[in-house]
Design a protein around this ligand. Structure first.
Ligand code: S6P
Ligand code: ZN
Length: 176
């Protein structure tokens, strides 16, 4: 592989790699309630634009996620969330637009929630699962980079969930 550069402006992103689109019906099981209107409209909740990097040790994968604004009966739109399969791998997020909350937890039961706004850099250490929640009313856009061989373990989160969910209130968000 040779050095390369990609650039993007706003939401026009072409990183030349995979584009992953998650619609409501693909992920509705992660929310506490079901919204029949969303079920019939089936909007895109988030999309991920990856770079064409091999999933090999030594490589760094980078990507941009766009998590759209919205909620399911008051619970903010969020990503599925995962542990890395190679658990000793960290990740860095850089906020580009909107306001997000990154829910992090370990298998030992530690839980932390950190805010991400434009220009803030979030460090997710090895062994911490992570899920992103859009707590703003605009698209949440962020850049991520992590060891390309890390892999994604979604099953543990599907089974155990996160300790807290994030809901909309009149004055902002609340964790319950
Ligand atoms: C990858 C990184 C993010 C997420 C993306 C979607 O390690 O943490 O790019 O993949 O934000 O979330 P999820 O939980 O569906 O992979
Ligand atoms: Zn990750």
């Amino acid at each position: 592989m040779k050095p390369f550069v990609v650039s993007f402006k706003g939401r026009e992103i072409d990183f030349k790699g995979r584009r992953i689109v998650r619609r409501y019906r693909d992920i509705m099981g992660i929310f506490q309630a079901v919204d029949p209107t969303l079920e019939s409209e089936n909007p895109v909740v988030y999309e991920v634009f990856e770079a064409p990097i091999p999933e090999a040790e030594g490589e760094l994968m980078f990507l941009v996620t766009i998590l759209y604004p919205g909620d399911v009966k008051g619970e903010y739109f969020m990503t599925k969330g995962h542990y890395h399969v190679v658990e000793g791998t960290a990740e860095v997020y850089l906020g580009l637009q909107g306001k997000g909350l990154i829910l992090c937890q370990t298998k030992e039961g530690d839980f932390e929630a950190v805010e991400m706004t434009p220009s803030s850099v979030v460090y997710i250490p090895p062994y911490w699962a992570h899920r992103t929640v859009n707590v703003s009313d605009e698209p949440l856009v962020f850049f991520a980079v992590y060891p390309a061989h890390a892999g994604h373990d979604y099953e543990t989160i599907e089974r155990e969930g996160f300790k807290k969910r994030v809901f909309k209130t009149e004055t902002g968000y609340v964790l319950r």
